[in-house]
Design a protein around this ligand. Structure first.
Ligand SMILES: Cc1cc2nc3c(=O)[nH]c(=O)nc-3n(C[C@H](O)[C@H](O)[C@H](O)COP(=O)(O)OP(=O)(O)OC[C@H]3O[C@@H](n4cnc5c(N)ncnc54)[C@H](O)[C@@H]3O)c2cc1C
Length: 401
């Protein structure tokens, strides 16, 4: 069963508790990244960890509105490495924590219809294979066999990794929150952080709508709002909120049997089976930064649905059962911003995941704990993901869905 953002995702009435005056680490934001950070920090024994979420429930930001996909198929090495470290934490979550999590590994299929971009997909697949990812190159017939009903006219090639899949965002968020509490962290909802308190180049804590919490370390895990929070400490993040619509259909004849996540590379249209129907979305070529979360009906009617029916014609018979808009947190190079802030001791960034932060949340929490405990990230080399990289030209992630 797949739980969505409109489900009740509460945190044990944590907001009834009083705000601690101090902590060793304050994590701001109760999405997948924040709860993973709180768990890994507490489990690593950093001392008292307090997570502050301003909404009444956890996981109501980008996390609760996301498609739940995880994949090894990225164009940049560091994103593949993050996936290689993070996906086992998703697939092994239930076994590790004894908590339920809906996970299915029916793969991701990237379908490429233009000869110009196919070499880049082949090169990316070569890099992925070099890192041990079992990605396959398919022709049009192979793609059609995998996803019966998919339009394969004009397909020049496709890439498929059977170890990619889908997991329940709310389940992972609630699961890490539970694991964090078990490890001793305090998880509070209904507390809005108004500013990060700094003095003499150091973080001293946070000012909230319910008072101050002193802390030498603050993690900015505020998702699309991370830039607003960082600015209160005088830190500018190159981060833009981009609204993305998701549609979920009811049952229809020809609904895919498997839950393979299919991406039409040229249009960025994607879909996967969800319940009896299909979950789908697509980037808008004219998209503008905004915190707007109303559905753009013109885009849905004139661009998304016609593309959907072109790519998977059986969708012509489907009725839309649910629709919502969530925010991507986009950086210029579509890579996250992870780690310390040069010139400001104690502020840790875990932001700008550019549409793939759900799947990387588990390892990002672990990396943050390593930075706090050991002074540096160990599990993955994230030296290319610091805020200082934007001073020069950076290489962009090309497989942004
Ligand atoms: C439509 C859509 C589809 C997506 N599909 C995928 C996918 O298939 N796979 C994938 O990996 N990723 C996907 N993503 C991206 C993914 O959802 C995000 O990268 C990820 O959820 C980010 O998690 P987060 O915890 O950083 O942010 P969020 O989940 O947004 O959490 C941030 C939290 O901080 C809180 N907050 C903000 N400011 C404050 C403050 N001042 N004080 C207290 N609390 C504050 C917010 O209320 C929010 O709960 C998708 C995103 C969208 C919008």
């Amino acid at each position: 069963m797949y739980v969505r953002y409109d489900a009740q995702v509460t945190s044990d009435a944590a907001d009834a508790r009083s705000l601690p005056a101090g902590a060793d680490v304050v994590v701001v934001g109760g999405g997948a990244v924040g709860v993973s950070a709180a768990y890994h920090l507490a489990a690593a024994g950093v001392g008292s960890v307090v997570l502050l979420e301003r909404e009444a429930a956890l996981g109501t930001g980008s996390t609760g509105r996301c498609a739940g996909g995880f994949r090894h198929q990225f164009s940049s090495r560091v994103n593949v490495e993050l996936s290689l470290a993070s996906i086992p934490l998703i697939t092994g979550f239930s076994a590790t924590h004894g908590l339920p999590l809906d996970v299915v590994q029916d793969g991701y299929l990237f379908v490429v219809r233009d000869a110009e971009t196919w070499p880049a997909f082949q090169a990316a697949a070569g890099m992925q294979r070099g890192l041990g990812v079992p990605v396959e190159l398919l022709d049009a017939a192979g793609a059609a066999r995998l996803v019966p009903g998919l339009t394969v006219d004009g397909v020049v090639g496709a890439t498929y990794c059977a170890l990619d899949g889908i997991a329940d965002p709310s389940g992972l968020t609630l699961g890490y929150a539970t694991a964090a509490r078990r490890a001793g962290a305090t998880v509070l909802t209904g507390v809005s952080v108004e500013r990060i308190v700094t003095a003499a180049g150091r973080v001293e804590g946070v000012e909230t709508d319910r008072g101050r919490v002193r802390a030498p370390v603050v993690v900015d895990a505020a998702g699309p709002w991370a830039g607003l929070l960082a600015r209160t400490a005088g830190v500018d993040l190159p981060l833009e909120p981009i609204p993305r619509v998701v549609l979920v259909t009811g049952a229809f004849p020809g609904v895919p049997v498997r839950r393979t996540l299919v991406i039409d590379a040229a249009s960025s249209f994607y879909f996967h089976r969800e319940g009896d129907g299909v979950l789908m979305g697509m980037g808008d070529p004219g998209e503008q930064p905004s915190f707007e979360t109303r559905v753009d009906e013109r885009f849905v009617a004139e661009e998304l649905l016609p593309t959907a029916i072109r790519v998977f014609p059986a969708l012509a018979e489907a009725a839309i059962a649910h629709r919502w808009v969530g925010l991507y947190e986009m950086t210029p190079d579509r890579h996250p911003i992870l780690g310390r802030v040069p010139g400001l001791d104690g502020l840790l960034l875990a932001d700008g995941f550019s549409g793939h932060g759900f799947q990387h949340a588990p390892i990002v929490g672990k990396l943050l704990a390593e930075i706090v405990v050991d002074g540096a990230a160990r599990s993955v080399d994230i030296s290319s993901l610091g805020l200082d990289r934007f001073a020069s030209e950076t290489e962009a992630e090309a497989h942004v869905v």
